[in-house]
Design a protein around this ligand. Structure first.
Ligand code: TNX
Length: 445
């Protein structure tokens, strides 16, 4: 067992004893004792932590660095604005190992600084996966050295007609490293064989007739109209090159290959495509993840369920035979849905999603617990014109989703959550987060 005494986080100030408050105890120390300990008692699983706050000080124990990190995030939520932490002893650990958020940087580009800012926001709520939707019809956002026009030509468009943009491999590495410093793993998504108009504009030889499609126009948000040519050998060289470069940039286990809405790919072509691409992912040392349509082709990938209806037979059968399902149902956790009919931006195709609609969902009602890989909240960016729009759609829904992915359903309590969430409003304001002031939350004034 090793003991490390670390400086207290800036948010936690020692308080004089006279500020003792009901049901709280003053922290008379300017240090927290943190220890990494194996077998430190019951309940301490990999990402779990034990937090003890008493008059003697604050002690945090965990099996892993991640556990200590989560303990600190909790502590920062417990501390009151005047620096008092309630006395407590808790053992806390997550329900799901994958607690994700997805950001679509393809429809609208987000700069590395904006992505890192989102990472910082997510980390405060113990989210541990950032899925980056890096490519779509409207733009290709990652430099691929073996196919350079993907970024330079494919990256130059976006919804609304702005300049678009892309990440150099160094910038991307920096995003991944920043995420890792907050115990967040980046899952890169290259969406194939559909959603590829930007790639086809850059490399027309990837179309079946060799003719470049019209480039994306500023107003287009249609889906399902483009496809790689599954009959051409060059397609597989292209995919293998890309997956090789992306795998080399990825410390995490998974590569996400999309496979959603392949309406412009023949059924036979889509099957052939997936059966050729899966071995490439394995060859590059990674495991496959795809949107749930991938189950039509293979059970050997983590399938991300995104329907607005409950899981259908295909998903249930796969889950029953051992396929892991990542739950992102659109009518429960899609952050691009409007909150109410008055919400100025967003889609409505999966309904309206107020904070409470999100909070009240129990993933366990969808599938058996052992088939659930985790929960992930996608934020598609057709309607997002910058960081304020991102903030507005993510907050306050992302903390609700983070809680449902972390805490058992039995521990959830809407009234208590609404009260706790209300206290975060001033913090978000201090952090420059332009959140939606949901009337469901008794925001502190
Ligand atoms: C469906 S969800 C899509 C995306 C859109 C989104 C808008 C999924 C796998 N595909 O291409 O951006 O709806 O809500």
């Amino acid at each position: 067992m090793t003991f490390d005494v670390v400086p207290v986080p800036a948010e936690i100030r020692p308080v004089p004893h006279e500020s003792f408050q009901a049901r709280s105890c003053p922290v008379g120390l300017d240090e927290i004792t943190m220890s990494l300990a194996d077998g430190a008692g019951p309940g301490l699983v990999d990402e779990g932590y034990r937090l003890k706050v008493s008059r003697e000080g604050i002690a945090l124990t965990a099996k892993t660095e991640a556990g200590l990190f989560y303990g600190v995030q909790t502590l920062q939520q417990l501390v009151s604005p005047d620096g008092v932490v309630p006395g407590c002893e808790i053992v806390d650990y997550p329900r799901y190992a994958h607690r994700g958020a997805m950001l679509d940087v393809a429809r609208h580009f987000f700069s590395p600084a904006e992505v890192k800012r989102y990472i910082d926001q997510l980390a405060q709520y113990k989210i541990n996966v950032l899925h980056l939707h890096l490519t779509d019809d409207q733009g290709w956002r990652l430099d691929i050295r073996s196919w350079p026009k993907l970024a330079t030509i494919g990256g130059a468009t976006q919804v609304g007609g702005g300049p678009g943009g892309f990440y150099t491999q160094d910038e991307y590495r920096d995003i991944v490293a920043h995420a890792a410093s907050k115990h967040i793993t980046v899952v890169p998504e290259i969406d194939i064989p559909g959603h590829v108009n930007a790639a086809l504009v850059a490399y027309p030889e990837l179309t079946c007739d060799g003719v470049a499609p019209p480039p994306f126009t500023a107003t287009g948000t249609a889906t399902g109209f483009s496809s790689l040519c599954t009959d051409k050998e060059i397609t597989y060289q292209f995919v293998d090159d890309i997956l090789g470069e992306v795998a080399a940039l990825t410390p995490g286990e998974y590569l996400h290959i999309g496979t959603d809405e392949t309406h412009a790919t023949s059924e036979e072509g889509a099957l052939k495509f997936v059966s050729r691409v899966l071995p490439m992912i394995a060859k590059h040392g990674k495991k496959a993840m795809g949107w749930h349509e991938i189950l039509k082709a293979t059970p050997d990938a983590v399938a991300q369920f995104w329907s607005k209806n409950e899981p259908d037979d295909l998903v249930r059968t796969a889950a029953a035979s051992g396929t892991r399902i990542l739950l992102s149902p659109a009518n429960k956790v899609y952050l691009d849905m409007k909150y109410t009919p008055q919400t100025p931006i967003g889609f409505t195709w999966a309904g309206y999603l107020e904070v409470r609609d999100v909070y009240d969902w129990d993933p366990g009602t969808y599938l058996p617990e052992d088939a659930i890989h985790g929960v992930e909240a996608p934020l598609w960016s057709e309607h997002l014109r910058g960081r304020d729009d991102l903030d507005f759609m993510a907050f306050p829904r992302i903390p609700a989703i983070a809680e449902l992915a972390w805490s058992p359903y039995s521990a959830r309590d809407w009234e208590d959550f609404a009260r706790r969430l209300a206290a975060h409003g001033p913090r978000w304001t201090a952090q420059g987060i332009r959140f939606y002031r949901s009337p469901q939350i008794p925001w502190a004034v």
